[in-house]
Design a protein. Structure first.
Length: 330
């Protein structure tokens, strides 16, 4: 096959896609000086400048969306899905579609194409492996949602929820950044894990080196991690600490490894993979240490182990979950 970039029409399609991404990205406030500089460098190419002008025109006039080949396909699919079976009804509908086509095109573009472009997600208990266009391998943990935004100057991932392990393809000219709320992780070629937390993020480095920045209230905080280090950016005195990467990333192989983890934390971790949760009754049992290896999603094995080890009773709940409590007289 020939190089698709040698096809002028294909090259224009790529420029249009990148222009659309830039338009969306520049509409998200605040816009950093770095982002503006990258946009300026991208737009310096005449074809890119023309593509961006087309996107701006597109947003000012919904009718102009119909010129995009991908949008045309989506529109065609939408219209065909609702096409009447009767020939007469079809002929009566054609003038109406001719009038409504720009509106349909705009609706399809805004509600189907842009929001889902570069979106990857998993449900509770689901895992997924994704290979990005630059060769980077991403493993998505349970209940994870991320968006990929690549352009000529940089590679950016927005981790909206959940956890992901990144094996980054080296590209010295395009930094690879993962944004998780107010936490940003920057790498060139490395392996690292990021978990989005209610506040901040937990970053674990397996190989290479990463820079971590937290831009919350007050001055930005920065850390540099080496292999086998982890930082939880929400902590008041957050600092890199040594961890076992094999334990921290065991989820990527479908296992949970606990080494002295308090039972309450172990239950919380197991619950991330369960639609029907485990509820631990309040009391001193919450702090007993748990050691063991469990398959993700195997609630019965975990419940059986902790009830036997710690003398707990497992009671089914009306919602399908299970409650762990101290046995009577235990």
């Amino acid at each position: 096959m020939g190089n698709p970039m040698s096809d002028p029409q294909s090259a224009r399609s790529v420029a249009d896609r990148e222009a659309t991404e830039w338009h969306v990205r520049l509409g998200e406030r605040p816009v950093s000086a770095e982002t503006l500089a990258a946009f300026k460098a991208w737009r310096a190419t005449p074809a890119n400048a023309e593509a961006y002008q087309r996107v701006e025109t597109l947003w000012r006039s919904s009718g102009s969306l119909s010129g995009d080949r991908d949008i045309q396909k989506l529109t065609g699919d939408t219209l065909r899905a609702s096409r009447p079976s009767k020939g007469r009804a079809r002929s009566r509908l054609i003038p109406v579609l001719a009038v409504l086509a720009p509106v349909v095109v705009a609706t399809v573009a805004l509600t189907l194409w842009l929001p889902t472009r570069g979106l990857h997600e998993t449900q509770v208990g689901e895992f997924r492996s994704v290979r990005l266009e630059d060769g980077t391998q991403v493993r998505l943990d349970t209940d994870t949602r991320l968006k990929v935004r690549f352009d000529g100057g940089q590679r950016r991932i927005f981790l909206e929820q959940g956890q992901a392990l990144f094996e980054v393809a080296h590209d010295a000219d395009r930094p690879f950044r993962v944004v998780a709320g107010e936490t940003e992780v920057t790498a060139l070629g490395t392996v690292f894990d990021v978990r989005r937390e209610p506040a901040g993020a937990r970053v674990t480095l397996v190989q290479g080196a990463v820079a971590v920045t937290e831009t919350g209230a007050g001055d930005a905080r920065r850390w540099r991690l080496g292999p086998g280090q982890q930082v939880e950016t929400a902590r008041a005195n957050a600092a890199p600490r040594a961890v076992d990467p094999a334990v921290a990333t065991s989820w990527s192989e479908g296992r949970l490894i606990f080494r002295g983890a308090p039972l309450s934390e172990a239950v919380d971790e197991v619950n991330r993979y369960l639609p029907q949760k485990i509820v631990l009754a309040p009391g001193p049992d919450a702090d007993v240490p748990v050691n063991g290896v469990f398959e993700t999603g195997d609630r019965e094995a975990f419940v059986s182990a902790v009830t036997d080890l710690f003398g707990l009773t497992a009671e089914p709940r009306a919602d399908g979950g299970v409650r762990l409590s101290r046995s009577a007289g235990g």
